[in-house]
Design a protein around this ligand. Structure first.
Ligand code: THG
Length: 271
């Protein structure tokens, strides 16, 4: 499981204020907690912050990099911001692996962001949606995913650098989508060889729901069984991380041992 930390997101009030007021220590403390919990990649999203987004991305990337050399995923819905921020961050942190989060399967957007990824040795997340928005069914998700994968391969990216995101929505407003997302992952995983990676923004599913941690944890396990191998999630949620490790042990992605959680943490240099 490749764990992308969801926590450095301006949607969270503490992070929003930290970005607006350039408080490094607040961000760095959160990053440490995420890395200690098992985060492999730090997703950075400005949310509704003030100021120039590209400058804010550079500041945030440098701030995070001062406490970890993990890869950074630059998270924005604005392709122009992503293109510029990717080039600028690569310039100031040339050794840091970047992941562009995200592109859609809209041709102009894909063309721009896939070349930005290729030019900067970056990975890229492709959302399975086009100009018509997030599909309500499995078929359209699979079609958008296949289009994105083919375009990214033609653009020179290796399957290892390509993540498909079938887009999970809140279960309280889109109750059919949890199953559709799992089925899209399952279908995209069997038809593509070599397969790309599959990722979701896990906490979307439980936004404004009661028992959101339980919903996140249960759904992550279900998606891992369908073939999910990465998630944007709260790496500091111990029960969530442990559920993911357990699911992977039961699918024989890790060797079983009586102390498999400890073994997993040791392998990551965390214990
Ligand atoms: N796919 C991709 N990237 C993404 C998403 C996705 N990036 C953003 C988002 N979705 C994933 N990150 C989050 C971060 C937080 C929450 C949801 C998704 C969240 N937060 C709580 C809330 O809003 O209720 C708590 C907020 C708070 O405490 O202030 O749900 O799908 N590629």
């Amino acid at each position: 499981m490749i764990i992308f930390s969801e926590r450095i997101n301006g949607m969270y009030r503490d992070v929003r204020r930290a970005i607006n007021e350039k408080q490094k220590a607040v961000v760095q403390q959160l990053v440490k907690e995420q890395v200690d919990g098992g985060a492999d990649v730090i997703d950075i999203n400005l949310g509704p912050t003030k100021g120039d987004p590209v400058e804010n991305f550079v500041w945030l990337a440098e701030t995070v990099h001062e406490v970890t050399d993990k890869p950074l995923s630059l998270d924005s819905a604005k392709p122009d911001v992503l293109t510029e921020a990717t080039a600028r961050v690569k310039q100031v942190l040339p050794e840091t692996k970047l992941i562009i989060n995200s592109s859609t399967a809209v041709p102009e957007v894909m063309a721009k962001l896939i070349s930005a990824a290729a030019e900067n040795g970056a990975g890229i997340i492709g959302l399975t949606m086009d100009q018509e928005g997030v599909p309500g069914n499995v078929e359209k998700r699979v079609e958008c995913g296949a289009t994105f994968l083919m375009t990214a391969m033609e653009g020179g990216l290796s399957p290892d650098d390509i993540y498909l995101d079938p887009i999970i929505l809140p279960v309280n407003v889109a109750p059919k989508q949890p199953w559709n997302v799992m089925e899209a992952i399952r279908q995209l995983a069997v038809v593509n060889d070599p397969p790309p990676k599959f990722i979701i923004g896990l906490s979307n599913i439980s936004q404004k729901c009661l028992m959101n941690r339980l919903i996140n944890r249960t759904y992550l396990v279900m998606c891992i069984a369908a073939g999910l191998n990465a998630a944007i999630m709260d790496a500091a949620d111990k029960e969530l991380v442990e559920a993911a490790i357990t699911a992977e042990v039961l699918l024989e992605k890790h060797l079983y041992s009586d102390d498999y959680i400890k073994a997993w943490r040791m392998q990551k240099g965390l214990a």
